[in-house]
Design a protein around this ligand. Sequence first.
Ligand SMILES: [Zn+2]
Length: 170
Amino acid sequence: MGFVVTHFLGAGLIGHLYRKYVNQNLPILFVFFVALGGILPDGDFVLNRLLISFEYFYPFLAHGGITHTPFFALIFLVVGFLILLIKRDWAKYVFAVTLGVFIHICIDFFLGGGGIEGLMLFYPFSLGRFYLYPGSDPMEHMFISAVIDGVIFLVWMSYMFFRKNFRNLF
Ligand SMILES: [Zn+2]
């Protein structure tokens, strides 16, 4: 399970490297949208909690369901291509979200996340779930994820401090 910091900064870092080494013409906003896309699939967690509080429950919206499938990323990719035909300038941001969603799925696959039984990588063709957890015990797994999240946060904050950007944060 990756937490918010892992997903936001993990996706943001890859977006940053893409902008730096592959396409320097992209605006910094591109990186931000990759990072946002990186946390989007976990929106199912919030949405599901909200629905349950109104006594609705849709199994396909349960955490780690449809929003954690490559199919979900593909929807953004298709929307991106459609926007490319209409409003060319905006398409790159939708592609950025697509990349972020895809990175989220990869992080959850490798660190374990979404559904406890794994991710439906071949949805809608198969409901089979796959994962590559570092631990089998859910509590231990949660603990490892929290530690990874904390370490990434500390490394990032230290990096900001030494780059002298720290004062801009507050
Ligand atoms: Zn997730």
